[in-house]
Design a protein around this ligand. Structure first.
Ligand SMILES: NC(=O)c1ccc[n+]([C@@H]2O[C@H](COP(=O)([O-])OP(=O)(O)OC[C@H]3O[C@@H](n4cnc5c(N)ncnc54)[C@H](OP(=O)(O)O)[C@@H]3O)[C@@H](O)[C@H]2O)c1
Length: 285
């Protein structure tokens, strides 16, 4: 079954008190859909929504790292709205540091939110979607889930993991008529690059001046990013409603250029090893 057109659809969106998540919630409520919105602070979410009509909103204070809390939130959603149609795993944050400046705690915190948290949501939601043989999972990755740059290793590690999980999942659930979309935004003018959102290492070394400069440049970029979150949220909703579109939804001309460069570099790498890769095969009997 495709996206429901004869009744309000029910969406479960994570990370909603600001940025892209908040914009998704606003536009979905405006469409007349039902929205379960997870956040670490329902007060922040409700105050950000201002005078938006929230009669179809279920605000949920959820720690995405807590498997039981997530399961309960998904069940509360399907009980309140009588079903579940679309899941948007949107919550995420950036971390800017050299690999060797990144602590064990930093790594675990990032992967807890960007991988374990998503997995918790999927484990709770998939049985519902699979049994009803319809639904759409949207995993918000990044162009940095496709290509990696210095200083972003931990963020890229989380998003690359999310991409691998999503690509496997897409093939796994296609037979149940459940669709998966991986969203890959470029720079968007949300709170992402503010010091409220982005995380920095507790200690740095003097060995990476280029990463300190890159960090300062990114903090200065706040407010002039190319991507418009209103258009971004509309594009995500549009692809889900149409039920069409490729596995990877690139958002922004910057994301598209980075992706093109990555594909070219990957193709050159694959071609450069065409002669040597077969050398490790067992000889034909
Ligand atoms: N903006 C960009 O340039 C850009 C580019 C590529 C990809 N993205 C991705 O797009 C998604 C949305 O980001 P955004 O641009 O809207 O940034 P944002 O304005 O900073 O919003 C991020 C959202 O993620 C949630 N979040 C942040 N840290 C969290 C944590 N430690 N635990 C749980 N939730 C957390 C927050 O939810 P609550 O505070 O409500 O809990 C917040 O609403 C993220 O996955 C991000 O990686 C953004």
């Amino acid at each position: 079954m495709a996206f429901p057109m004869d009744r309000p659809a029910t969406w479960f969106v994570t990370g909603t008190s600001r940025g892209l998540g908040l914009e998704l919630v606003k536009q979905l409520l405006d469409r007349g859909d039902n929205v379960a919105a997870t956040t670490r602070s329902t007060e922040r979410l409700l105050s950000a929504l201002g005078d938006v009509d929230t009669s179809r909103l279920l605000p949920l204070a959820v720690d995405l790292r807590d498997d039981e809390a997530v399961t309960q939130a998904v069940h509360q959603t399907s009980e309140r709205f009588g079903g579940l149609d679309v899941v948007v795993n949107n919550a995420g944050y950036g971390f800017l540091a050299a690999v060797e400046e990144t602590t064990d705690r930093d790594v675990r915190d990032m992967l807890d939110v960007q991988v374990v948290g998503v997995w918790n949501v999927l484990r709770a939601a998939l049985p519902i979607l699979r049994e009803q043989r319809s639904g759409h999972i949207v995993n918000v990755s990044s162009i940095l889930g496709l290509t990696a740059v210095p200083g972003w290793a931990l963020y890229c590690a989380g998003k690359f993991a999310l991409e691998g999980l999503s690509e496997a999942l897409a093939a796994e659930v296609a037979g149940f008529d459940v669709k998966v979309t991986i969203v890959e935004p470029g720079y968007f003018r949300t709170d992402f690059l503010t010091t409220d959102s982005i995380a920095l290492p507790a200690a740095t070394t003097a060995a990476y001046p280029a990463i300190r400069e890159m960090t300062a440049e990114h903090l200065r970029l706040q407010g002039s990013q190319l991507g418009d979150p209103v258009r971004g949220a509309a594009a995500i909703i549009g692809q889900v409603v149409s039920g069409d579109g490729p596995l990877r939804q690139l958002l922004g001309s910057d994301a598209h250029s980075y992706a093109t460069a990555k594909v070219d570099a990957l193709r050159a790498n694959v071609e450069a090893t065409a002669g040597t890769a077969p050398s490790t095969d067992f000889p034909a009997a």
